[in-house]
Every structure is written in structure tokens, then in C-alpha cells.
Ligand binder design. Structure first.
Ligand SMILES: C[S@@+](CC[C@H](N)C(=O)[O-])C[C@H]1O[C@@H](n2cnc3c(N)ncnc32)[C@H](O)[C@@H]1O
Length: 307
């Protein structure tokens, strides 16, 4: 990043992503989750003067940092939109490569005051990438959810060991507003040695639901593949198993020539093979990268090439 007062985000699996994208100088590339443009900077170094990069960044605060850093770059066009909108803004079959680097930036944990970090106790328990959008803040979701809904959120999206008692305590709380209040509730239930892990899971669970991250990912994968030219490449870096499972299943489905159940003797579906997997097992960061950037430890990179 630029000056010392700039928020920092280290792009994860940068070299591995570039290798899988295998760019040419005149390519048109989409960065679906632009963030602070760490990956974009490396991609632009591979593109020539006729290449271009289109970026999507849902978070207004992050977007304004990106604009201040990339706004003068003529090869870059940035949208302050969810990547879920890409199909409405771009034409099918026109893009050479698309990549996603899912989740939050270090900026969200260290600088944004929207409850992304369970260490910032005074922050509102909000968790929205785009306040003002149709998404509701996490505190409002808690206030209107029943015990059963809260338990389902914590179990399905966070896999919390203490999902039931935490959900029960949240359901009994009136007008919860801050991160500190959430931390206090969990602290009263979870043993100290498991506290940080359970908090990280709880915050992940609510962030996923508040921002409808999994639905957006499913829709984004479809849109992105549709926008790719034949021989175009698509790559995703995910940070938890729920995302990785969606990506893995979607890519495997593209690769299959038939989706008929095994008991049907003759294929009756119209499916054809539309992509080739570029890696069967996900690429994960080397130890050196995790030592320098511990946030990279759960990253998984998968890629396909459109046929
Ligand atoms: C891990 S960061 C990307 C970092 C970036 N690759 C870099 O090197 O700076 C993920 C970014 O995606 C943004 N984001 C999350 N959901 C999004 C969505 N649906 N559409 C566009 N951006 C999204 C987040 O605000 C965050 O800035």
C-alpha cells in the first residue's frame, strides 16, 4: 500500500493466482472483489496498454480508497457495486479472465467501525459491507430472530460448538447494539480457551447472513461464467468451507458432461462439458506466506478454463 497512514491489505496467493489466470497483454479482466487492489496491481503489470481491468467493490469506504489509488489509471474501470450486478453491466462472452478474492480486507478488521472485529468493543454490531443497501444490520437481525433462527445461523454459518446456549442468550437480550455486548454474552457461556475461536465463528456467521454472501456467491459464479469468452479463465480464493464447497460444486458441475442420476441408463439431460478444472485440489498458501500474513492460512484457490 501507499503512505504509512493508508490501511494495509496483503493480497493472498498472488503469484499462484497470476499463474492460473495465464494473462495476455490485451486481455479484459474482471476483479470481482477489488478491495485495495493488491491483486489488481499485479494483474495490471501483466496487461499491456490495450488490456483493461474492471473492478467491483461493494464497500463504499474501501471503494473510495481504491478510487483514490486507481482512479487515474486509464485501463481501470471501477464500480461501487456488488459483483452480483456484473451481468447487468457487462456483455456476455467478452471477458478473458475473472477472479474473486472473497471475504473481508484487513481494513475491515483494523479500520472500519462496523463491527467486523470482535476486538473493537465500542463498534455497532452492524457487519454490513454496504450500509444503506437492502441488507439489515446484525443487531436488527438478532432483535427480530427467534431462538430457532439464531441457532440455525450459528450452527449453519459458523459451526459454533456453543450455538444453542449462545442463541438462547441472544434471543433473550433486548436491544443489543454493540460488539461489546455480544462479546459479553459469549464470554459468559464459552470457556476462556475457546472464546476467540467461538467469537470469530459467530462474527463470520452473522456477516454471511447479513450480507447474503452465499446467495451472492452462487449468483456471481453463474454471471461470471456467462461473461467469460471461450478459453477464458475464472479463479476464486475462498476463506471458509461454506464458500469453498459452493465453488467446488459449481466448478465440478461445469466439468460434467451429464447430470443424469446414475440409475438412468441413457443420458436424458442437455448438459455438455463447459469447462476444464485447472486444479483438482485447491491451491493453498505456502508456509512462508502464512508466516508473513496469518490471514492467508485458510485460503483456498480454485480455477477453471471455459471450453
Ligand atoms: C479479501 S478482500 C479483496 C482484497 C483484494 N484482492 C486486494 O488485493 O486488495 C474482499 C473485498 O471484497 C469486497 N466484497 C465483499 N463482497 C462483495 C461483493 N458481493 N461484491 C463486491 N465486493 C465485495 C469486500 O468489501 C472486500 O473489500
Amino acid at each position: 500500500m501507499g503512505g504509512t497512514d493508508q490501511p494495509v491489505h496483503s493480497p493472498v496467493l498472488k503469484q499462484e493466482l497470476l499463474e492460473l489466470l495465464d494473462l495476455s497483454q490485451s486481455d479484459t479482466v474482471i476483479d470481482a472483489t477489488f478491495g485495495f487492489g493488491g491483486h489488481a496491481k499485479a494483474v495490471l503489470q501483466q496487461l499491456g496498454s490495450r488490456g483493461s481491468l474492471i473492478g467491483f467493490e461493494r464497500d463504499k469506504e474501501v471503494f473510495s480508497h481504491s478510487i483514490s489509488r486507481f482512479g487515474d489509471e486509464k485501463r481501470v474501470k471501477l464500480y461501487n457495486q456488488s459483483y452480483g450486478k456484473m451481468a447487468e453491466l457487462l456483455s456476455p462472452g467478452t471477458i478473458s479472465a475473472i477472479y474473486f478474492d472473497l471475504g473481508i480486507c484487513s481494513f475491515h478488521l483494523d479500520h472500519a467501525s462496523r463491527g467486523f472485529s470482535f476486538k473493537k468493543l465500542q463498534d455497532p454490531f452492524d457487519l454490513r459491507f454496504a450500509p444503506g443497501s437492502s441488507c439489515e444490520p446484525a443487531w436488527q437481525l438478532v432483535a427480530r430472530s427467534s431462538y430457532a433462527d439464531l441457532r440455525r445461523i450459528l450452527q449453519s454459518y459458523g459451526e459454533l460448538r456453543f450455538a444453542r446456549p449462545v442463541a438462547r442468550a441472544l434471543a433473550l437480550t433486548e436491544r443489543l447494539k454493540t460488539v461489546g455486548e455480544v462479546v459479553e454474552i459469549v464470554r459468559n457461556i464459552v470457556p476462556p480457551h475457546l472464546l476467540n475461536k467461538e467469537l470469530a465463528r459467530l462474527f463470520q456467521a452473522f456477516r454471511i447472513v447479513v450480507n447474503q454472501e452465499l446467495e451472492t456467491l452462487e449468483q456471481g459464479l453463474e454471471s461470471a461464467f456467462h461473461l467469460l469468452k471461450p478459453s477464458g479463465r475464472m479463479a476464486l480464493i475462498s476463506f471458509h468451507s461454506l464458500e469453498d464447497r459452493i465453488v467446488k460444486r459449481y466448478f465440478r458441475r461445469l466439468e460434467k458432461a451429464c447430470l443424469c442420476p446414475p440409475e438412468i441408463p441413457v443420458c436424458a439431460c442437455d448438459k455438455t462439458r463447459t469447462a476444464r478444472l485447472l486444479n483438482r485440489s485447491p491451491v493453498i498458501p505456502k508456509e512462508q506466506e502464512v508466516d508473513i500474513n496469518p490471514r492467508a492460512r485458510s485460503a483456498k484457490l480454485r480455477a477453471v478454463k471455459k471450453l
